[in-house]
Design a protein around this ligand. Structure first.
Ligand code: NAD
Ligand code: UD1
Length: 335
């Protein structure tokens, strides 16, 4: 089976490509490299010992998509391409709506034209807003607080309407919780430009002494140690969830939504302490004001993915901390 992976050079996409290749899928990537580097294509090939077909291009542009669908016999698509920085989306909403919505519409139109009606879409737990109870199940009310989140919600709606109009589609919407970690080899991982917004990339830069100390955004939440609680999931577990979703949409028509998380909530201090312990490094930190828009606690119910996708996350917080640091260290040595 041949899978088109949009945004396949990015963080989650590259790990998913490795898992696809390891499971004997053929992989075609389209990426415009707006948030990734071309070297990653060779790295995916190095890890797997297999070839990928790479097209550099913008998923918003139907011409290149048509070219790909004409040249390759694509069986299904995993759609990662999009912008993902919450803060930036508040500053530049039009850029986010244009890229995330346009790319999806162009992709779906071309898929329809070539009668390829199987798609896995990257959504986010951000669509749950501030949940009233926990754990979060897929039927919770949806609510967004920033343009990035709203693009995810809008795309979920577009997919639902598409399926309503044509029951020949097979659609899996995956709502990721907090992906962290890296490939065990240390060859690929998360490498954000500039000062990271998210917790793990920030901790890594403190560990490698690129940043002086971590700012912990509030220790007065109603949690065990006062810091925010999230459901961190290893990117390799997440990648394997995509294989299960592909298996599901290949077998059955329909549309369904699945949380991809571990079901465990860890606090900021849990992550800091685990990171210190497994990597034998110091992570100096100070407590600062809460970050605007942050919620106290967020973790998934994973029952649905377990039952319908036959998938559960297996890797631990220790694995996540070790692999994130290993990637950072290896990457620094390479430079
Ligand atoms: P990423 O930025 O590392 O990867 C996205 C890739 O898409 C990049 O390689 C980028 O160059 C490419 N891209 C962006 N717009 C494009 C376009 N118009 N045409 C072609 N390529 C384009 O991000 P990621 O962390 O791997 O996230 C992948 C997907 O998962 C995104 O849709 C993101 O919103 C979603 N998601 C991510 C997280 C997370 O914490 N990383 C959480 C929830 C959901
Ligand atoms: C972020 C995104 C969310 C996305 C999710 C998963 C924001 C506002 N939200 O949420 O849309 O779905 O990632 O990728 O960016 N923290 C610190 N110091 C830091 C960074 C974070 O204390 O320097 C804390 C936060 O307050 C939070 C936890 O660490 O309690 C996790 O933060 P982060 O990694 O940014 O993820 P989310 O807030 O869950």
């Amino acid at each position: 089976m041949k899978i088109l992976v949009t945004g396949g050079v990015g963080y989650i996409g590259s790990h998913t490509c490795c898992e696809l290749l390891a499971n004997n899928y053929e992989v075609v990537i389209i990426d415009n490299l707006s948030n990734s580097s071309i070297d990653v294509v060779a790295k995916i090939e190095k890890i797997t010992g297999k070839k990928v077909t790479f097209y550099e291009g913008d998923v918003c542009k139907k011409e290149i998509l048509s070219k790909i669908f004409k040249q390759e016999k694509i069986d299904a698509v995993i759609h990662f391409a999009g912008y993902k920085a919450v803060g930036e989306s508040v500053e530049k909403p039009l850029m986010y709506y244009r890229n995330n919505i346009d790319s999806t519409l162009s992709l779906l139109e071309v898929m329809k034209e070539y009668n390829c009606k199987k798609i896995v879409f990257s959504s986010s737990a951000t669509v749950y807003g501030n949940p009233e109870t926990l754990p979060i199940t897929e039927d919770f009310p949806l609510h967004t607080t920033n343009p990035y989140g709203t693009t995810k919600l809008m795309i979920e709606q577009i997919l639902a309407d598409l399926y309503k109009a044509d029951n020949n589609w097979s659609i899996a919407i995956l709502r990721y919780f907090n992906p962290i970690g890296a490939h065990k080899s240390g060859i690929i991982g998360e490498n954000p430009n500039g000062i990271p917004n998210n917790l793990m990339p920030y901790i890594v830069k403190v560990a490698t002494k690129e940043l002086k100390e971590l700012n912990i955004f509030g220790n007065d939440y109603n949690t065990k140690d006062g810091t925010g609680i999230r459901d961190y999931i290893h990117v390799i577990d997440l990648a394997q969830g995509h294989i299960k979703a592909i298996e599901k949409i290949t077998k059955e028509k329909g549309i369904d939504t699945y949380n991809l998380g571990t079901g465990n909530g860890y606090s900021v201090l849990d992550l800091v302490n685990t990171f210190k312990m497994v990597n034998h490094v110091d992570i100096p930190y100070k407590i600062v004001e809460r970050r605007k828009g942050d919620i106290a606690i967020c973790y998934a119910s994973t029952k649905k993915a377990e039952k319908l996708l036959n998938w559960t996350a297996k890797l631990t917080l220790e694995d996540m901390c070790r692999d994130s640091y290993n990637y950072a260290i290896k990457n620094r040595k390479d430079k």
